[in-house]
Write a protein that binds this ligand. Structure first.
Ligand code: ADE
Ligand code: ZN
Length: 315
């Protein structure tokens, strides 16, 4: 089945071997980042964020970003993904320095163009890191706004969802919206229904995760009525302990309530998942088949931050 993936962090999709090779090249000490089997090592969500930041610290220049994007898009294609939206954080690549960001973006755009010619289309979503604070989010939003159009078609925010108030980030989302970018924000992964409402107030048409909306039936009805799309990453939620098992995950209940759910992998090597793996578990846990998978891919197509001709091609 051809798949659309809307929620994939470029830096978080770096395979451990890729990071180890860069660390060796740069003589960087990554002790504590990997476990004895060579997998990313973390025990909980704060540990995951620390491990993620340490691992991604070795991805530093345009060449690294180009190689990473080529590697990630190749893996997407192997999973049957025909269109992927990648979260990219200028704050990781060069500390939101605009000149470095433009070089990184030029290198990534070249790779994305070549991959498109080979059948895998992609777009970039510039992503602020919430726990880095509102000032850096503003710089990141400026990076996004000044490079909007072309490969960059969206602005988002990840990181520790419960840090700061949503209103602290309103300027950044407004700036991105004025530049014509689509808006999404990680919410309702850890912060409950209130956090999802905050993301809607920031102007987001899509929510990263959003699964904890299930705790508030009025919010679920509102999401369904407004046609808000959730970028659901079940394997990520289970690996990080948001839900104890696939059976306990609310994706099927949200879909049954008429909420537009989509399926993505978030940071696949961190969570030992793949798109095929997600689909297989959804099939075996909830009995999903062609009808459901076709529906989530149509919802993903409708919500994609791309132009109308691209959307038509994906249908
Ligand atoms: N950045 C990468 N993965 C994330 C997640 N699952 N939640 C918040 N920020 C992230
Ligand atoms: Zn994410």
């Amino acid at each position: 089945m051809k798949k659309i993936e809307l929620h994939l962090h470029l830096e978080g999709a770096a395979p451990p071997d890729f990071i180890r090779a860069l660390a060796k090249e740069k003589r960087a000490d990554l002790s504590g980042v990997f476990d004895a089997r060579g997998h990313y090592a973390y025990a909980d969500f704060p540990g995951f964020l620390r491990c993620y930041e340490a691992a991604t610290s070795v991805i530093t220049g345009p060449r690294d970003y180009a190689r990473l994007l080529a590697c990630v898009l190749e893996r997407c294609a192997e999973e049957g993904v025909i269109y992927a939206e990648l979260f990219v954080s200028p704050e990781f690549c060069g500390g939101a320095d605009l000149s470095a960001w433009q070089d990184h973006l030029a290198a990534m755009t070249e790779v994305a163009d070549a991959a498109r010619a080979q059948g895998i289309d992609s777009r970039g979503i510039v992503t602020a890191i919430r726990h880095f604070g509102a000032d850096r989010a503003r710089q990141t939003a400026r990076c996004a706004a000044e490079t909007a159009g072309g490969w960059i078609t969206g602005f988002g925010m990840g990181g520790a969802e419960q840090v700061g108030r949503a209103t602290d980030y309103a300027w950044s989302f407004d700036c991105a919206a004025e530049a014509g970018l689509g808006l999404t924000c990680h919410a309702g992964e850890w912060g409950g229904p209130a956090s999802v409402r905050d993301a809607l107030d920031l102007g987001c048409t899509r929510i990263g995760h959003g699964v904890q909306a299930i705790e508030d039936p009025a919010l679920v009805r509102d999401l369904a009525r407004r046609g808000v799309t959730l970028e659901v990453c079940p394997g990520s939620n289970i690996a990080l302990g948001v839900y104890p098992s696939w059976e306990a995950h609310p994706i099927a209940r949200l879909a049954d309530a008429g909420v537009r759910v989509t399926v993505s992998t978030d940071d696949p090597p961190f969570f030992h998942t793949t798109m095929r793996g997600e689909y297989d578990r959804l099939a075996s846990t909830f009995g999903w088949g062609d009808t459901e998978f076709r529906q989530i891919n149509l919802w993903a197509t409708d919500a994609a931050f791309c132009d109308a001709p691209t959307r038509e091609r994906l249908r």
